[in-house]
Design a protein around this ligand. Structure first.
Ligand code: GLC
Ligand code: CA
Length: 533
């Protein structure tokens, strides 16, 4: 693993949606051996750790987020032995391997749930959340699942309903049952004993449900736009405070390993203080937590600066922020933030790379890969198919473009990729490696600075300039000056200017001193360091 202490702090993570990254056997589905084959590339783009989307056996009603066995590998992706090999090969190159853990719910095909369905006195009944319908036969309360329907499914044979915050095939586990804790502690150890470096914890804010199953209230006008678009505010079916004691316990287990294993939470939280709580006020909970206010801010100077500053103000001392802008649910930032504008993509990467803390790139971000318009008849994500009007998630799960060949070098020429490849033009690894001005080569340059610790090191973010175009900030002795607009911007850099250009999004300024007054091109970013004595 990488030579950092701890290894994940200020590191560069790369999120691989395994089914779509690289197919080693021509069945049209990316796999673990494919990931092994891509390790040279991962090293070249400066990866310290990979997080693999779910790898465990699953009926795939939610593409692996419906786990039917927590101790094995999905046959589409390979075997346990393939995973062991990947860990070994990756570790040899200083790359840690993180898996995705889904503790909020299992698949309805999991043996625990199959047993639970056998009746009210079944051994595993208490592993899930059950409640009787109301007298008028309506669901136990008003909770909604991720498709906008009731979160309860009635089981006629026992006369009770079970809870599912996502699909009916994803029954929620009951974290009030001690046995569930024991099961998951064993699952953590099973993987950590095998050399898995940590987990991304799915729905990390959601495991506990209100013990009284109280109705959720409607959102208020003061709520973050991501909450106010929902019919109800999820305060009782998730976001319960009891989860913090669980993470303190998991952290103790993680810290018992050498090197310590990492916990990275999918913390879907828009209140900054509560977001900060996931790190533990004594720094004793999650090591890393995804920052959704940042994901959903705009690539605009004031919005981004304010989000970053509010995040940093809310984190406990010593916490490592996580910067990410794309994932398999929310879409790709080159589309969402940048509308496909390559200059804006470079600007976003420059800002991501120069903020202090850990960066998580989603596969393809380093290329400026765009969302793919997957036609309705080829869509596979049931959760969004059931929710017309919401953007589907298949668009950001399509195969990685490795080359301009048929099937993009992702799978054999004659194979049928599980999701369509899409049209990527010159946005592919091979073409971009050959082009010095590509997004990929730009990221490579940034990654070298992160490797050297010149970018990404933990330090305060000091605001140097902020107007409706430019955000300039310093982290330690490195200053980033970003024109986050599609208009040229003239500005006086003052003291900042007595530095040289480490990186610029235009190729022309590298190594130069910048004049006192500088005109930045649209989306131009300069990363400046003090002149060497
Ligand atoms: C998380 C995952 C998402 C999944 C959901 C249910 O939000 O990122 O893909 O559908 O949890 O497991
Ligand atoms: Ca395959």
């Amino acid at each position: 693993m990488a030579q950092r202490t701890p290894w994940w702090r200020g590191a560069t993570f790369y999120h691989i949606y395994v089914r779509s990254w690289r197919d080693s056997n021509g069945d049209g589905i990316g796999d673990l051996t494919g990931v092994c084959q891509g390790l040279d590339y991962l090293q070249w783009i400066g990866t310290d750790a990979i997080w693999l989307s779910p790898t465990m056996p699953s009926p795939n009603t939610d593409w692996g987020y419906d786990v039917s066995d927590y101790r094995d590998v999905h046959p589409d992706l390979g075997t346990l032995a393939d995973l062991d090999l990947l860990v070994e090969d990756a570790n040899r190159r200083g790359i840690a391997v993180m898996l995705d853990l889904v503790p909020n719910h299992t698949s309805s095909a999991h043996p625990w749930f199959i047993d639970a369905l056998s009746g009210r006195t079944a051994t595993y009944r208490g592993y899930y959340v059950w409640a009787p319908p109301k007298a008028d036969a309506s669901p136990p309360n008003n909770w909604l699942d991720a498709t906008g329907r009731s979160a309860w499914t009635y089981d006629p044979s026992s006369g009770e309903s079970y809870l599912h915050n996502f699909l009916p095939t994803q029954p929620d586990l009951n974290w009030w049952d001690e046995r569930v804790h024991e099961e998951f502690e064993q699952i953590l150890r099973f993987w950590w004993d095998r050399g898995i470096a940590g987990f991304r914890i799915d729905v990390a804010h959601g495991l506990y449900k209100d013990a009284l199953l109280r109705d959720n209230p409607p959102p208020s006008a003061l709520d973050h736009p991501m909450l106010s678009r929902s019919a109800l505010k999820p305060v009782y079916n998730s976001h319960r405070p009891e989860v913090h004691a669980l993470y303190r316990r998991w952290r103790q287990i993680a810290d018992g390993y050498q090197p310590a294993r990492a916990l990275l939470g999918e913390t879907w939280e828009f209140d900054y203080e509560r977001f900060g709580d996931f790190y533990g006020r004594d720094g004793d909970e999650l090591n890393l937590a995804f920052n959704f206010p940042f994901v959903f801010s705009d690539l605009q100077s004031v919005s981004l600066a304010e989000t970053v500053e509010a995040t940093l103000a809310a984190l406990p001392p010593g916490a490592t922020p996580v910067w990410t802008a794309s994932n398999h649910d929310v879409g790709r930032f080159p589309s969402r933030w940048c509308g496909g504008n390559e200059r804006a993509v470079k600007a976003a990467l420059a800002v991501l790379a120069s903020l202090p803390g850990t960066v998580v790139l989603y596969y393809g971000d380093e290329l400026g890969m765009l969302d793919v318009d997957v036609p309705p008849e080829l869509r596979l994500d049931e959760m969004t198919i059931l929710r017309p009007g919401r953007e589907g998630r298949d668009r950001c799960r399509t195969p990685m473009p490795w080359s301009a060949a048929k099937n993009a070098g992702f799978t054999a020429d004659g194979a049928r990729p599980w999701l369509p490849i899409g049209e990527h033009g010159s946005i592919n690894v091979q073409s971009e490696q050959a082009d010095p001005a590509s997004v990929l080569n730009f990221w490579h340059q940034l990654s070298l600075l992160r490797r050297e610790g010149r970018l990404g090191a933990l330090a305060d973010v000091e605001r140097l300039l902020l107007d409706d175009q430019i955000w300039a900030f310093a982290v330690g002795d490195v200053a980033t000056v970003a024109n986050l607009s599609d208009r040229a911007a003239k500005t006086k850099l003052g003291d900042i200017g007595t530095r040289t250009v480490l990186v610029s999004t235009g190729l022309s300024r590298h190594g130069q001193r910048v004049p006192e007054e500088v005109e930045l091109e649209p989306w131009e970013v300069l990363i400046l360091a003090p002149v060497a004595p």
